[in-house]
Design a binder for this molecule. Structure first.
Ligand SMILES: C[S@@+](CC[C@H](N)C(=O)[O-])C[C@H]1O[C@@H](n2cnc3c(N)ncnc32)[C@H](O)[C@@H]1O
Length: 235
């Protein structure tokens, strides 16, 4: 970095510091600031605690805020979620959707969905706002109607991400949005002679490539949580 660039950066970090805002001194500081920029309320905090106890890995606050933002930006009425968990991402999605919108959420574990149902209730949503379907995503999704959905959020089996993408593109209306969680998750994609490639990491890479190269999609990769990959479906 040039001296001028360094002085410019330090000057702005100083301004933010003295104004009591973020101290953007390093990439780690930037990411940490983004993660706590939008805070979780009591309903989300208790849902996160349950998600951590059950090890269902709730979305980060910044990822949740991005889901809410995207749902609100397209005035989403019908959203499909793959991977209900204990309900964190569902609450964020419902908060961005129209007040008459319906979240269809799929999870293998009915027990987690019972927790999610309670979490939606605690967050103030009536029972008719969520349609919870228990089962394997790749068995349930083919039963959902073509082009009937505004948004599809994917947060389940990484190795199945490419197959979920195909289903999402069938389900989305023109202008709808698909979002993958964990798109920057670390993993071993080295298939050299001494290492076995990790199927999850390979699938995440594959879906990143598919989304970037598909001319019907407008892609966006965000470094929040474990990475959020979004794309507008224009085809
Ligand atoms: C990372 S958690 C979802 C967390 C949730 N989105 C949240 O923010 O709280 C992944 C979920 O996928 C579910 N799951 C695992 N395999 C699945 C499958 N084949 N089909 C549907 N759901 C599955 C798990 O039961 C788990 O609840």
């Amino acid at each position: 970095m040039t001296l001028r660039g360094r002085l410019y950066r330090e000057h702005h970090a100083w301004i933010r510091h003295t104004c009591g805002e973020a101290v953007i001194a390093s990439r780690d500081d930037t990411l940490a600031y983004i993660e706590q920029y939008v805070t979780e309320d009591d309903a989300l905090v208790s849902t996160r605690a349950l998600g951590q106890r059950t090890e269902t890995h709730p979305v980060s606050a910044a990822s949740g805020a991005a889901l809410r933002f995207l749902a609100a930006a397209i005035d989403a009425r019908s959203v499909v979620e793959i991977g209900t968990g204990c309900g964190s991402s569902g609450i964020w999605l419902l908060r961005g959707m129209r007040s008459d919108g319906i979240l269809t959420s799929v999870d293998l574990e009915p027990e987690y969905q019972e927790f999610a149902r309670d979490a939606y209730h605690q967050a103030g949503f009536t029972a008719n706002r969520a349609r919870l379907i228990s089962g394997r995503a790749l068995e349930v999704l083919p039963r959902l109607r073509d082009t009937a959905y505004d948004m599809v959020f994917i947060d389940a089996v990484r190795a199945e991400y490419p197959a979920y993408l195909a289903e999402a593109l069938r389900l989305l209306r023109r202008g709808g949005i698909v979002v993958f969680n964990n798109a920057l998750e670390a993993g071993n994609t080295d298939d050299g002679p001494l290492r076995v490639p990790d199927a999850n990491a390979m699938a995440i890479r594959e879906v990143g490539r598919l989304v970037r190269e598909d001319e019907r999609l407008v892609p966006l990769l965000l470094p929040i949580g474990d990475g959020l990959l979004a794309a507008i479906a224009n085809g």
